[in-house]
Design a protein around this ligand. Structure first.
Ligand code: NAP
Length: 207
């Protein structure tokens, strides 16, 4: 029986931008993934009330941004689970969902995120379990140096993606300053930013 190769693209996506979409597409190509599941993080208590978009709006922007790609979909597992988002929980929930829907089908899991976030994850809890359950892919902008050079190469890959010179922090700052974000985000996301009046408050510009 053939093995399915599934990527999970984890991120806050506040907002999702063209760099995230190009990165997911590049990783899918590089690792011959059958699909990429975008997983927006749950409500981050340390960022809430700081001019950031609520989880439901980040989820909606992610659905709109990925709608035209048949190999991309979005999951609510991190949004619906109370408390902070830990990647071991993301993987456990998505694996349980897949095994329930496709009993007996083997899957190779890939967890994709920004290289900065990845080096943090590797310093956190249950890292052995995480490395045993998925191949980790850190996407970086060219010239970026990883904070943690001691990564186990068999289970972790790094991929430079020039389009990641676009960042959510910069987009929030541009919106707040009244600068255009056209072409930096998909047009549906730009419409949602305007419709919900996102990123106008002070504090929305910094991570
Ligand atoms: P973050 O600290 O908000 O982002 C750190 C950097 O990584 C930013 O430059 C960000 O750029 C970039 N980045 C984040 N997600 C990305 C993606 N999918 N593709 C490309 N670049 C990305 O990170 P975060 O969004 O909170 O966390 C990222 C993922 O790691 C989430 O799934 C989160 O649950 C997981 N995580 C897990 C643990 C843990 O298990 N202990 C700890 C930390 C993070 P942009 O702002 O432009 O996206």
């Amino acid at each position: 029986m053939s093995v399915r190769r599934i990527g999970i693209m984890g991120g806050t996506f506040d907002p999702i931008h063209q760099g995230h979409l190009v990165a997911a597409s590049e990783v899918a190509h590089r690792f011959a993934l059958d699909e990429v599941i975008f997983s927006p993080t749950g409500e981050a208590y340390h960022k809430a009330g700081d001019g950031r978009a609520p989880a439901e709006v980040r989820y909606l922007m992610t659905v709109v941004a990925t709608a035209s790609n048949p190999r991309f979909r979005v999951t609510r597992v991190d949004i619906d689970r109370p408390g902070p988002t830990f990647t071991v929980d993301t993987l456990r929930d998505l694996r349980a969902e897949f095994d329930h829907d496709h009993p007996g089908v083997d899957v190779e899991w890939y967890f994709i995120t920004g290289a900065d976030a990845l080096s943090e994850i590797l310093g956190w809890r249950d890292v052995e379990q995480l490395l045993a359950s998925a191949h980790l892919v850190g996407v970086t902008r060219p010239g970026h140096e990883l904070a943690d050079p001691g990564l186990p190469h068999a289970q972790v890959s790094l991929l430079e993606v020039p389009a990641l010179s676009i960042s959510s922090t910069d987009i929030r700052a541009r919106v707040r300053a009244g600068a255009p974000v056209t072409y930096l985000v998909p047009s549906g996301v730009a419409h949602l930013i305007a419709k919900y009046g996102l990123y106008q408050q002070s504090g929305a510009g910094s991570s």
